[in-house]
Design a protein around this ligand. Structure first.
Ligand code: CA
Length: 330
């Protein structure tokens, strides 16, 4: 027998109007014997119609999503809506409150925890609630990401190339409507356990973003996030009004796009985000820090294109992703 989820919503998920509340997840601990994790949720509904599920802080140190979604929850007018908008601004709420990528409770990485477990860790229980209760309600899903404390990205909205061409087309049309300066046909290093994969396997239109990083946000990237969320809802015909047209350029992540450090040390970026790169160009140098007189290790591009992501902190460890090169798509 599959257990029911221990998560209890404090608001109705299927009633007209604006409802602000929590997903309450029982969490017994030293400082609260019968305590709970309280994950903020807002549902805006007006009649039957499609449902959009919008999430931020899947990783707790990424801020454009929460900034867009706390604002949207405060301002979305149900009279302008047909259908439902389910907003969870901070999906991994314990991680968001701690300002960390993973949960301080169980070290759970939300985007490696799907499909989750109703009797697992706190992070697995949240994933399970999305898997079995929230995702099945939605037709269209937007999960905001940025680089967090260790990466920085050229701002893009993305969807994956899927085995089903018609599904890919629908997702790429939603990415185009989002209207980030860059749009990505995305490749993952390892897609196992991702929320993206869970949604795609259910046949949902799923789009995501990488809007910046460094463990903070910028005025420009917050504007992109807010316009993008509204544009997506308009594209899905859930929010009234025309999509606010914004020019975008399409990128690809072909084989050879990722570069990883093989040494630890101090990183010297040799190119900045958005700059053009030819195959063989130096992307970064890693300086040994223990003595003078040692040359830096060079990390060279394996493909031509432009820099779409970089390691953010000034020190790097062996195995860290140092740079990602994207290509303009035809
Ligand atoms: Ca992320």
């Amino acid at each position: 027998m599959i257990r029911p989820s221990p998560v209890v919503p404090t608001i109705p998920l299927d009633r007209d109007g604006v409802h602000h509340g929590h997903l309450r997840l029982p969490y017994s601990r030293d400082d609260s014997a019968w305590g709970s994790v309280m994950i903020p949720i807002c549902v805006v509904r007006n009649g039957s119609g499609p449902t959009a599920l919008l999430t931020g802080a899947n990783h707790g140190d990424e801020y454009e999503g929460p900034l867009a979604l706390f604002e949207l929850a405060r301002t979305l007018d149900p009279k302008q809506v047909s259908g439902s908008v389910v907003i969870v601004p901070a999906m991994n709420f314990p991680a968001f409150e701690a300002g960390t990528r993973t949960s301080p409770i169980d070290k759970g990485n939300m985007n490696r925890s799907f499909p989750g477990m109703p009797d697992g860790t706190v992070t697995q229980k949240i994933a399970d609630y999305f898997q079995r209760e929230l995702l099945p309600r939605a037709e269209i899903v937007l999960d905001f990401h940025s680089g967090g404390k260790t990466l920085d990205f050229l701002p893009f909205c993305a969807a994956h190339r899927l085995p089903d061409d018609a599904m890919s087309k629908r997702a790429f049309a939603a990415v185009e409507a989002f209207g980030a300066p860059w749009s990505m046909k995305m490749t993952e290093i390892d897609a196992v356990g991702m929320y993206d994969t869970a949604a795609e396997e259910m046949g949902k239109v799923f789009i995501t973003t990488e809007l910046g990083g460094g463990g903070t946000s910028r005025a420009e990237t917050v504007r992109i996030a807010r316009r993008g969320a509204a544009n997506l809802l308009k594209h899905a015909e859930i929010l009234r009004g025309p999509v606010e047209a914004a020019p975008t350029r399409w990128l690809d992540m072909p084989d050879g796009c990722f570069s990883f450090a093989e040494d630890s040390g101090m990183i010297e970026p040799a190119v900045d985000l958005g700059e053009p790169i030819a195959e063989g160009d130096v992307l970064a140098r890693i300086w040994p820090t223990g003595r003078t007189g040692q040359p830096p290790r060079e990390i060279r591009a394996r493909i031509s294109g432009l820099l779409i992501a970089r390691h953010f902190p000034g020190l790097v460890k062996a195995g860290d992703c140092v740079a990602v090169v994207g290509c303009l798509a035809e």
